[in-house]
Write a protein that binds this ligand. Sequence first.
Ligand code: MOS
Length: 738
Amino acid sequence: MTISPLGRPVDRVDGRLKVTGAAKYAADNALDRMVHGYLLLSTVGRGTIRAMDVAAAERSPGVLAVYTPFHPLKLFAAGGFGGPPWLPLQDREVRHYGHIIGLVVAETFETARDAAALVRVDYDVRPATVSFTDGIPNAVPPQGGPGGGEPPVLDVLADGVPSIDAALAAAEVRVSVSFSQPIENHNAMEPHASVAVWRDERMTVYSGTQGATGHARGIAGALGIDAARVHVISPHVGGGFGNKAATWTHDLVSAAAARALGRPVKTVLTREQTFTVTGHRSAVAQTVALGARRDGTLVALKHEGISSIGITGFTPENGPFTTGRVLYRTENMHISQKVVPLDLPAATFMRAPGEASGSFALETAMDELAVALRMDPVRLRLRNYATVLPGTERPWSSKHLDECYQLGAQRFGWHRRSPTPRATPDGDWLLGMGMATAIYPANRSDQTVVRVRLRPDGTASVATATADLGTGMWTVLAIMGADSLGIPLSRVKPELGDSLLPPSAGAFGSQSTATVAPAIRAAAASAIKALIDLAVRDERSPFHGLDPAAVRYDHGDLVAADRRLSFGRLLGQLNSAGVEASERGTGGDPERYEFHSFGAHFCEMAVHRRTGEPRVRRLTTVADAGQIVNLKAARSQMVGGAIFGIGQALFEGSSVEVPSGRWANANLADYLLAVNADIPPIDVHFLNHPDTPFNPVGVRGIGELGNVGVAAAIGNAIYNATGIRVRDLPITLDKLLD
Ligand code: MOS
């Protein structure tokens, strides 16, 4: 009898490959006759290329080709989901600083890079619009709503209340505050890379992606060939954070060059190139106004956001709709989103797009309201606890956020907090405590198909074209396979990261676990049914002739009366290659329920009295994310999310020069990220209430939940330590000097 690994702390099944260096990432692929591409990028913010002198580059020994708008690679349909809506090399327009204007292909990377440095480009430069701050007064409503569908403004007003401002004016206590945060870049450890092979009229691309199915489609469109002739291979992804969801243009030119030259082409982006060839998180400005009664009851909530958009004309960074809209009960609410179109690269999905920025504004404003009310911040949140989506009658399928607050406060020692700033010195440091809420939609997809196959060697494969970008998806497939089939983990062979596998919607929106888990359950049940059908049908089977209802599946064995045989032995005896079934999962009714994951962060900060240096002392997170599949990897996800939030709070920000549009700190020396020395002990606890109205397994996603609210918890703790309120991220030490 096998104990199910579901919900237990399980080592990653790909862990050994990772730590021994055996895991092959895109750029690790070296093929016969492979050559190297090096991208040429625009060095002005806007304009037209007048001429490119490529003679010296072409003459360089080892150079095979220099592709430019004057000697292009023909590309057909643009991008695909979330990617740039234009194709490089097809015209001489410069749309933003740092996009592809050429590709040098040579026998070695160094030759290609050095030749690229010899190319001279003449531009007719036009002024680029790149300042977010300057654009704010002229912000416009997003086309098609902030998330593509919703209208960009939502008002919920109680009977007789003429406007949100009237509701605010009538409130006994008010706060109205503005927030800003700069553009952020994902900086996955693995830079974007592509190895493209054209053979027998088929394209194989090794490229780290969050969705092999969509990636193959995007590349096929650009090459003008059928999607069935493109094979994307992406078993390991060294971080994506949303920036490997879209198909970016380096994949397209690299593939086109491989086809044109008849040789495999490897193109690896430099760190600097990743900043502008791929996507970023929008710059965001927000205003939150809260009105409350003296007892803390919210009577008015106004949350307005403005986000920058670049070349795609789209941003998912719509914090007011994903936080202010959903988090607190209030009679009157105004939510709005605007955008500032700029001549910049693509604003794209970045871990909790909208929620990360929105929660910083909303949860800081809530802290400010707590100060104004002289009320404990946890109590204020419980006072305004929502059990239905504000302004509707729709309840959450499963919400235990109140338990997160209470248990988090207890684990953290919140009762020791003094509400008075500067009241807790520790030598040269001032200590403070702060908290904030985490919220992220519980998503799942009906587009994903999982195939479960029972094999004569006694193993079972669980296959779908989803991705593991460090999330632990390899292990989720193995655990769910073992759980659904009642066999040991070691007998389950997960397969993912390959576009030839059953199609997947891709690994984004924290949807993967809730998508695959119920699909695996369903496919396992169907595969078992197929096994029983085979067992009673085949004359060589000991179960031959029995009523299928008389045959039972029990932990890897078929059982009927006095007979018991493992599926491996049975399939072997029948000379069967195996039985399989493919299914999609099922999920809950969005008309009936709201689906979200929740959490609470509690943070202790130390701020140096003289230098202003802020340091995170400790962090406690309690998450309400349904049934947890792998306690160990889930904890990693939450810790990773917290680290992401620490980066947002204290370090990260891209500087775009005005008016050139040049990305001034596009490297890991000047773009600061949290490193090991910045990360304190992080205490993570899961409530583990299965959300079965959401899906039969009761699981919800956690990939993005962890970073939502961390920046606010940190800022609130800094206020508690110092009495200084910083509403402009990142909170660097210069902002904390008295
Ligand atoms: Mo996530 S930003 O949807 O990869």
